[in-house]
Design a binder for this molecule. Structure first.
Ligand code: ITT
Length: 185
């Protein structure tokens, strides 16, 4: 079991959430931040993007490291923004995305996360997903990115309105728990 593990990401919100999840579920395994500015490959596959990124991260850092590629997949938009979620969030934002869905009755969507962990010998992949719907308007101030417009299945608040919901259902939480249980073996 590696005692020093790094999360390579340029997104401080992703790191903050992961650190909290490690703190609660992986006592004795503190999570370190590797500030990683990497030009991702273009692909429709989160796994392909994560595999390439973790090789680059490990080549730079030389220690056990993981990356997490994630995104929001909206059914009525054939999975858009998907692997382009970070770019679309910057260009259109939540309001722009809501405009694309104006008068669209099918609001089904899901968050997905794919973790690629590289310990210098192998690369392991861990997936997490969270089903839900896209709200009609933005609600709440917590979280980041698409949290103000995403309502997890079975709930009536967005992630941004009730941040505790993320600790229960989020794609990040599920993929990290899978990684943590692997690391504990
Ligand atoms: P790194 O690649 O440096 O880790 P990034 O933000 O570019 O950071 P991604 O390429 O994986 O990460 O893009 C994921 C985007 O999907 C992210 O920027 C948000 O816009 C969105 N997203 C992912 N998880 C989210 C969450 O839990 N809540 C809200 N939006 C999320």
């Amino acid at each position: 079991m590696p005692y020093e593990i790094y999360f390579a990401t340029g997104n401080p919100d992703k790191f903050r959430e992961a650190k909290e999840i490690f703190g609660k579920n992986a006592a004795g395994m503190p999570l370190n931040h590797f500030q990683f500015a990497h030009r991702e490959i273009r692909s429709d596959s989160l796994e392909e993007i994560a595999r390439e990124a973790v090789s680059a991260a490990h080549a730079q850092l030389g220690r056990p490291v993981f990356v997490e590629d994630s995104g929001l997949f909206i059914d009525a938009l054939n999975g858009f923004p998907g692997t382009y979620s970070a770019w679309v969030q910057g260009k259109l934002g939540n309001r722009g995305l809501l405009k694309l869905l104006e008068s669209e009755p099918d609001r089904a969507a899901r968050f997905e996360a794919c973790i690629a962990f590289n310990d210098g010998k192998t690369t392991r992949i861990f997936h997490g997903a969270c089903n839900g719907t896209i709200a009609e308007k933005e609600h709440g101030r917590g979280g980041f990115g698409y949290d103000p417009i995403f309502v997890p299945k079975g709930e009536s608040s967005t992630f941004a309105e009730n941040i505790e919901l993320k600790n229960k259902y989020s794609h990040r939480y599920k993929s990290l728990l899978a990684l943590i249980s692997y690391l504990k073996i």
